[in-house]
Ligand binder design. Structure first.
Ligand code: SF4
Length: 123
């Protein structure tokens, strides 16, 4: 049986990774935060599928950070459907970034999302 490498972490990051600039920007922001050592990018699909190892690892989190691209709020709905509270919530379109079916963004837009997550974690 395949073993998951997703060990628990104090701060877990769940971006929606949706099919738009804002969804992928949410994902890229989580990648950057993880690479910087601010939290651990985690497996939203596993949580949505109620995959046991992913659910068990998520129980170890002190902060559950959700980054959604737009107000449809898919990642938040997925995390809550799995029975976990969202402790920190960032929505990319609320940061003055318009949703498009394109997969490009600026470094400044990426920094805006990363910064919004950091500010939430500081509160
Ligand atoms: S929150 Fe918006 S961008 Fe993210 S997956 Fe859902 S519809 Fe797509």
């Amino acid at each position: 049986m395949a073993k998951c490498t997703c060990e628990p972490a104090e701060i877990m990051l769940f971006p929606c990774a949706g099919g738009s600039n804002v969804g992928q920007l949410a994902n890229q922001a989580a990648v950057k935060l993880d690479q910087e050592g601010t939290g651990k990018l985690f497996c939203l699909a596993g949580l949505g599928g109620h995959v046991q190892s992913i659910v068990e690892s998520t129980k170890g989190a002190k902060r559950i950070v959700v980054i959604d691209g737009c107000p449809i709020g898919c990642a938040k709905a997925t995390v809550e459907h799995a029975g976990f509270p969202v402790t920190d919530y960032v929505m990319v379109t609320k940061l003055d970034i318009r949703k498009k079916h394109e997969f490009t963004w600026t470094d400044e837009e990426l920094d805006r999302v990363v910064q919004a997550v950091k500010e939430s974690l500081e509160s």
